[in-house]
Design a protein around this ligand. Structure first.
Ligand code: ATP
Ligand code: MG
Length: 568
């Protein structure tokens, strides 16, 4: 769905449906305090889709003076690792949220969850099934014919005693993986297939990152999630829309267990953004196939990639509040996210000049060893940012693309026998080019007009329209610049139905490395993670991983303008 940015202006002030639900719950006394949780599975690095959930969970708790727990949903030992726990914590803190004391792991509750399962067995609502998962799936029936009931398992009517014994044996490791599972006994004719005796526990003999080999059985998502919510006193359990059909099971379990506190699940639409993918599975594929350089590759929508690219936590929070929470699935324009970054950086980023593809200019009427001091404004948006001095010298660098030997009248930059103004400096005139053996231009021969300082145009001279950035060769600092563009060439890489695999839609120009850039001297003092606006080329950050060992690397966080086609 196409979104009109203007219609969303003021979305932050409009109350969204979850706020309205919470308002009503509080008013009617269903809950006395708002408590949410963010429940990541520690099996990968957070991406901006998770940021939407983090902002919703932590943001709403804050808004209502409540609490937000961070709970690791660590019920699948084969995929989970401590390094992801650390990374997720780091990313949440970087985004600007804090769980304080309220840190939980589903694995903290394994003993209680086991007790709950025993309770279901004792009350006749769970049984051990020896059918394999494939058979269980097949006997649930055909999803496209919801009225046709499934088939009862031959083990469905086992006695409580036998079930308790078998379940204990499962825990004890007496069975192999896949030999049996614990299922809830609900309704094999339910229209919602998740209620057709869902699996609650399965055997897994992997080593768990926290409980080691203490457990041979692990609760499923459905068995763990709502029960952890209840044990933690969560009031509003927010999740993405794909869990909507799990809600009846969420409620069934709470109703059939001895729970005093009953949390409430509310679903919202997942975030999708044009020109990228937001799914751990696909991101993992890109990393594992070496199509990007690890999880913090600035091309990726992972929070660590975005941080490295130069995204600020504030810009991501602003983006999340601008998109709001709704139940309608949509794809948000990447431009919205970039806009938020520009808005965040524009008032604070110092303006600097950097020549990314340098060509030398010799100003013949400026003798060697002499220089003219030019005053440059550090940030026109911020009076307090002050000015700095630039030395205009005989040899300077300008962008190769700012010069053409021949060009029509619409080209306002420098051409042979043409004029251009140097930003904060003077008008120069080009009267010759020097080429190497291959015909490549290596130098432009120019003169400057001393009467054109401070933006002046002397009488009788035509006003020069073009203004270009430049850097004095003697003062300049060499650097590498990484120009980033969209990860994919098309707005909807997962949907465009031309039969291609999504990796074939990767943008080969998502990263362009410029190795011989020349920066103005002041940039030599930049600190890792510091942002700048390079005049005319975009917002850049000194690579946060920069340690000075292999020269300076600046990453382009975002260009100055968005001129991409919009998503359909
Ligand atoms: P993925 O779908 O990328 O594999 P996930 O949902 O498996 O991610 P979890 O660690 O289970 O990852 O997610 C933690 C929380 O983040 C869940 O509540 C989930 O609903 C939410 N979440 C994940 N992706 C998005 C998204 N794109 N938009 C909004 N919320 C999301
Ligand atoms: Mg998930």
């Amino acid at each position: 769905m196409k979104q009109d940015p203007n219609s969303e202006e003021g979305a932050a002030e409009r109350r969204h449906f979850i706020q309205l639900e919470i308002d009503a719950d509080l008013k009617e006394g269903r809950y006395s305090q708002v408590q949410t949780r963010f429940p990541p599975e520690p099996n990968g690095y957070p991406h901006i889709g998770h940021a939407k959930a983090i902002c919703a969970d932590f943001g709403l708790a804050k808004e209502y003076g409540g609490i937000c727990n961070l709970r690791f949903d660590d019920t699948n030992p084969s995929a989970e690792e401590d390094k992801f726990v650390l990374a997720i914590k780091e990313d949440i803190q970087w985004l600007g949220f804090d769980w304080g004391e309220n840190l939980y792991f589903a694995s903290d509750f394994f003993e209680q969850l086991y007790g709950f399962a025993q309770h279901l067995i004792r009350t006749g609502f769970a049984y051990v099934d020896h059918q394999d998962l494939e058979t269980i799936r097949a006997t649930r029936g055909n999803r496209s014919r919801p009225k046709d009931p499934g088939q009862d398992s031959p083990y469905r009517e086992r006695s409580v005693e036998e079930n308790l014994e078998l379940f204990a044996a499962m825990r004890n490791g007496d069975f192999e993986e896949g030999e049996c599972v614990l299922r809830a006994k609900i309704d094999m004719g339910a229209a919602n297939h998740l209620l057709r005796d869902p699996v609650l526990y399965r055997i897994q003999k992997a080593v768990h990152h926290r409980t080691g080999d203490a457990w041979k059985i692990y609760p499923t998502y459905d068995m763990a999630h709502g029960q952890c919510d209840a044990l933690e006193n969560v009031s509003h359990s927010l999740c993405s829309l794909e869990f909507e059909n799990h809600r009846p099971l969420y409620e069934w379990l709470l109703d059939h267990l001895p729970m005093e506190h009953k949390p409430r699940q509310i679903e919202f639409a997942r975030l999708n953004i044009s020109y990228t993918v937001l799914s751990k599975r696909f991101l993992k594929q890109l990393v594992e196939q070496g199509l990007v350089d690890g999880w913090d590759d600035p091309r990726l929508p992972t929070l660590r990639g975005m941080r490295r690219r130069g995204y600020t936590p504030q810009s991501i929070r602003n983006f999340c509040s601008r998109i709001g929470l709704a139940r309608t699935l949509s794809t948000v324009e990447l431009g919205w996210l970039e806009d938020e970054l520009r808005k965040d950086l524009n008032p604070v980023a110092l303006r600097r000049m950097a020549v990314l593809d340098p060509i030398k200019v010799v100003i013949e009427n400026l003798p060697e060893g002499e220089s003219i001091v030019c005053q440059a404004i550090n940030n026109p948006e911020d009076e307090n940012a002050g000015t700095r001095e630039l030395n205009l010298r005989r040899e300077i660098w300008i962008e190769r693309e700012d010069f053409r030997e021949e060009a029509n009248r619409k080209f306002f930059r420098l051409k042979t026998d043409g004029h251009v103004r140097l930003r904060y400096g003077y008008v120069i005139h080009c009267h010759g080019v020097v080429k190497d053996e291959d015909g490549q231009i290596i130098e432009l021969r120019c003169t400057y007009n001393p009467e054109t300082g401070d933006g002046k145009t002397p009488e009788g001279m035509k006003k020069v329209k073009g203004i270009i950035h430049w850097v004095s060769a003697e003062d300049s600092v060499p650097a590498t610049v990484h120009l980033y563009d969209t990860l994919f060439t098309t707005p909807n890489p997962m949907q465009d139905s031309d039969g291609k695999d999504f990796v074939e839609r990767l943008n080969p120009e998502a990263l362009v490395v410029k190795e011989n850039c020349q920066l103005e001297r002041a940039l030599g003092d930049a600190k890792a993670g510091q942002h700048f606006q390079f005049e005319r080329t975009g917002y850049f950050v000194l690579d946060p991983n920069h340690d000075g060992s292999n020269g300076m690397v600046f990453n382009r966080a975002v260009s100055l303008r968005d001129n991409r086609p919009k998503a359909k």
